[in-house]
Design a protein around this ligand. Structure first.
Ligand code: NAD
Length: 430
């Protein structure tokens, strides 16, 4: 199951249908993506070689509005993964009540092996490949793993060149200078931090006494770490692909952030490559180096998977000791593991709620582009907090009705009912 995220998503949907008020015929339609385009992308690299890449764009469901979803660059991208991620986007936009459907894109590549010039050419070629599908009112891409505001700038520019005028609204997550919104870069991590705080309020526990382990210190993990650290929680471990830094007394998050922003892997941080004279002078002790598997099994109050899908599985779930899990990554928990966590009463804030901050602020960027007006960061952050907070409250209210077994099922029940209701009102064409 861990290696087929699409099956995992279908199993999550199946689990929720027992509790959701949905017509069987509509539910059957919700299990199938509307369409997936596969594109072949020949790119002349800076080295002079021509490499042929493969990319996808899946549009899963548009009953509630234009398709919306990120673009991922990663060597393990598959069509099934992109389709699962597009499905999760559909349930996410419905749960947080945005007027969008769900989509996702991906290109099979190892960005670390590509120069900036190569990445620009690949992005432009990919955008050309999918440009008949995307558009400001049809399908609006955004960043995901290994893509960022620069990637969005290249996509926006390529699309605009074909249209003959500048179309900022075709992508979100853009640089500020070309229609981006303040608050977008940190939005997903900020949302993760907000729902973690809300969870602690709900459980009547004190976040300032909590220990937190975060797998993945990229855009989402590092911003969640910073904001939870500022909120008083103790971040005891975090990781990247090279392994994890662990300090039971709490990591120095600003110092680790400076190291990672300077391009350093976590492995080099813990191995003491940073221990220059200044560090010795201020008596800094490097944290321990542990593996990503060990990080997942630490005895902490909150575990935040913020890297890739399928990391909490039937194989390791019995070793997990965290009392709550906040899913910052998409699809980090398999259905088999989920059932064990529910039995053990471990509260799991599901991905479609926990990491919805990114798409909420993407929506706010799109709205500002429509208005040709820009809001200050405080307005964006306040609106993010209001929207993710009310989705959290609605999920908790559904859970507290007492019939659904866990927060994920509560969230799916709401999301599926909203999407199904849109289908029923619109009817089946022709
Ligand atoms: P990123 O590329 O900025 O960071 C990913 C981090 O995970 C890096 O630290 C990387 O080293 C680490 N990592 C990668 N593979 C790993 C592995 N096998 N084991 C351990 N660590 C690994 O990506 P991001 O934007 O922070 O996204 C992280 C997750 O959050 C993804 O699942 C993504 O789909 C999800 N997400 C991102 C956003 C967003 O706005 N960026 C929004 C919603 C969901």
């Amino acid at each position: 199951m861990a290696d087929d995220p699409f099956e995992n998503m279908l199993a999550q949907m199946d689990r929720a249908t027992a509790y959701a008020d949905i017509d069987g015929g509509v539910f059957e339609r919700l299990k199938h993506p509307e369409r997936t385009l596969k594109v072949t992308l020949p790119v002349e690299l800076e080295s002079g070689n021509t490499e042929v890449f493969e990319g996808y764009r899946c549009q899963f469901d548009s009953a509630r509005g234009p398709f919306k979803g990120g673009v991922r660059y990663h060597p393990t991208v598959t069509q099934r993964e992109v389709e699962a991620l597009a499905g999760w986007m559909t349930w996410k936009t419905a749960l947080v009540d945005l007027p969008y459907g769900g989509a996702k894109g991906g290109v099979i590549c190892e960005p670390k092996e590509l120069t900036d010039r190569d990445l620009e050419r690949l992005t432009r070629r990919y955008t050309e490949g999918i440009r008949r599908m995307i558009g400001p009112e049809t399908d609006v891409p955004a960043p995901d793993m290994n893509t960022n505001s620069q990637t969005m700038a290249w996509m926006m520019d390529t699309y605009s060149m074909y249209e003959g005028y500048t179309v900022p609204k075709v992508v979100t997550g853009k640089p500020l200078e070309i229609g981006g919104t303040p608050g977008r870069v940190a939005a997903t991590g900020r949302g993760v931090s907000i729902v973690t705080e809300r969870l602690f309020e709900y459980l009547e526990r004190d976040l300032s006494e909590a220990t937190v382990a975060i797998q993945g210190f990229g855009n989402v993990g590092s911003n969640a770490a910073r904001l939870l650290d500022e909120a008083g929680a103790r971040i005891v471990a975090t990781s990247d692909v090279t392994g994890a830094a662990y300090d039971p007394d709490g990591l120095d998050v600003p110092r680790l952030t400076r190291h990672v922003e300077a391009g350093g892997p976590i492995e080099a941080y813990v191995d003491g490559d940073l221990r220059g004279a200044a560090d010795e002078r201020d008596g800094w002790d490097a944290p321990d180096h542990i593996g990503n598997d060990e990080l997942l099994c630490l005895d902490v109050d909150v575990l935040i998977p913020a890297a890739v899908e399928g990391v909490i599985t039937a194989e390791n779930v019995n070793e997990l000791r965290a009392s709550a899990i906040v899913e910052a990554a998409n699809g980090p928990t398999t259905v088999a593991a989920d059932e064990v966590l529910t039995e053990r009463d471990v509260q799991v804030v599901p991905d479609i709620l926990a990491n919805a901050g990114g798409v909420i602020v993407s929506y706010l960027e799109w709205v500002q582009n429509s208005q040709e007006f820009s809001w200050p960061e405080q307005t964006v952050n306040a609106e993010l907090e209001r929207r993710i907070g009310s989705a959290f409250d609605e999920t908790i209210a559904r859970y507290d009705e007492g019939d659904v077994p866990d927060l994920r099922t509560a969230a799916y029940t709401l999301a599926l009912e909203r999407t199904a209701s849109a289908h029923e009102y619109r009817g089946l064409f022709p």
